[in-house]
Design a protein around this ligand. Structure first.
Ligand code: HMG
Ligand code: MG
Length: 284
C-alpha cells in the first residue's frame, strides 16, 4: 500500500460557503496562499455557482485572479453547469468539480434539479473540461445519509458514481455531507464504489458532525483510498444540508496520518496558523 496521502484543502470553498460573514477577497486569497505555502497539494478555491445560492463565493473570479499558484499544486473550483464552466474557464483552474448526489431531495434543494437532470447538465461540462485538459472530479453527496431522506443505500451511491464515471470524470469524491457515517457504513459504501473503479481514483470527503470523521477515514484508508478532503480549523458545511457542521479538520487528519505513518508533505503548524487566522476573522 502506498504510504502517501493527498490532502485536498476545502476550507476556502466548503468552509467559507457556510459562514454568515463574507470575507473580503484579500482574506480569502491570504487563506489560499497560506495553504499553498503549507505544502497542500490540492486546494478547492471557490465555486462558480449562482451568487443567489451562495453569496459568500460571489467573488470567485477575483479570488482566482489574485491567488499565488505554487508550482506543482493544483487549484480547483466547483462548477454546477455550463454557465459556471464559462466563468471558471476564464480563471484558469487546474481542475473542476461537478457535484451530484445520491439523494433526489438533496439534489433538488442543492442544485435545483433531479439526479438524472444533473447528469445531463454535467455531460457537456465534463466533455468541455476534458477537451480543455482539466482534471475533473465528480462528487456524490449524501453518500452516507441525507438530511431529508435519511438512510441512503450503497447501491444508490454506486449508481450515481457509475453515471459520473460514464461521463468521463477522472476522480470520484464520496461525501458524507452531514457526518452521519459509521465505519461499517463507510466500508459498505466505499466497497460498492471501489467495485467500479480503482482506489487511486476515489476521494473521501467527510463532515465531522458527530465526531466520527476520523474513524471513517481510517476505514477508507484500510480500503486503499489515498485522497482525503479536509478543512483548516474544521470550517465547512452546506447551506442546503441543515444540521451539517464542518468538514473534518485538516489539523486532525494530518495528526492522524502522521501517527499512522502516512506522508502528506503538508506542514501541520502552518495549517494550524492558517486555520487560526481565518477563525479570528470569522469570529463575531
Ligand atoms: P437554477 O435556479 O436552477 O438555475 O439554479 P437557472 O439556470 O434557472 O438560473 C437561475 C439564476 O442563477 C439565473 O440568474 C442565472 O443566471 C443564475 P437570474 O436570471 O435569476 O438573475 N446562474 C448562475 N449565476 C452564476 N453562475 C452560475 C449560474 N448558474 C445559474 N453558474 C444552480 C441552479 C445549480 C445554478 C443553483 O442551484 C446553484 O448555484 N446552486 C449552488 C449550490 C451550492 O453551491 N451548494 C454548495 C456546494 S455543494 C456542497 O457543499 C457539497 C460538497 O461539499 C460535498 C458534500 O459535502 O456533500 C461538494
Ligand atoms: Mg462538503
Amino acid at each position: 500500500m502506498p504510504s502517501r496521502v493527498t490532502i485536498v484543502e476545502v476550507s476556502p470553498r466548503d468552509g467559507l460557503q457556510n459562514e454568515k460573514a463574507v470575507l473580503p477577497v484579500a482574506a480569502k486569497v491570504a487563506l489560499v496562499d497560506a495553504l499553498s505555502a503549507a505544502g497542500v497539494p490540492v486546494i478547492e478555491v471557490t465555486s462558480f455557482v449562482s451568487p443567489k445560492a451562495i453569496p459568500q463565493l460571489a467573488d470567485a473570479e477575483q479570488v482566482m485572479a489574485a491567488i499565488t499558484r505554487r508550482p506543482g499544486a493544483r487549484y480547483t473550483v466547483l462548477v454546477p453547469n455550463e454557465r459556471g464552466y464559462d466563468r471558471a474557464l476564464t480563471t484558469r483552474p487546474d481542475g473542476i468539480v461537478v457535484f451530484g448526489a445520491a439523494s433526489e431531495t438533496f439534489s433538488q434543494k442543492n442544485i435545483n434539479c433531479s439526479v438524472a437532470e444533473s447528469i445531463e447538465r454535467f455531460r457537456p461540462v465534463v466533455a468541455r473540461a476534458k477537451a480543455n485538459g482539466l482534471q475533473v472530479r465528480g462528487t456524490v453527496s449524501c453518500a452516507l445519509g441525507c438530511p431529508y431522506e435519511g438512510d441512503i443505500a450503497p447501491a444508490a451511491v454506486r449508481d450515481v458514481a457509475a453515471r459520473l464515471l460514464d461521463l468521463g470524470v477522472d476522480e470520484l469524491s464520496i461525501a458524507d455531507t452531514i457526518g452521519v457515517g459509521t465505519p461499517e457504513r463507510t466500508r459498505a459504501v466505499f466497497e460498492a464504489v471501489l467495485a467500479l473503479t480503482d482506489a487511486t481514483r476515489v476521494n473521501a470527503h467527510f463532515h465531522d458532525t458527530y465526531g466520527r470523521a476520523l474513524v471513517n477515514l481510517e476505514a477508507c484508508l484500510a480500503l486503499g483510498v489515498r485522497s482525503i478532503d479536509a478543512s483548516a480549523a474544521g470550517l465547512g458545511g452546506c447551506p442546503f444540508a441543515p444540521g451539517a457542521t464542518g468538514n473534518v479538520a485538516t489539523e486532525a487528519v494530518l495528526a492522524m496520518l502522521a501517527a499512522s505513518g502516512y506522508e502528506t508533505g503538508v506542514d501541520l503548524a502552518a495549517v494550524q496558523a492558517a486555520g487560526a487566522a481565518v477563525r479570528r476573522l470569522l469570529a463575531p
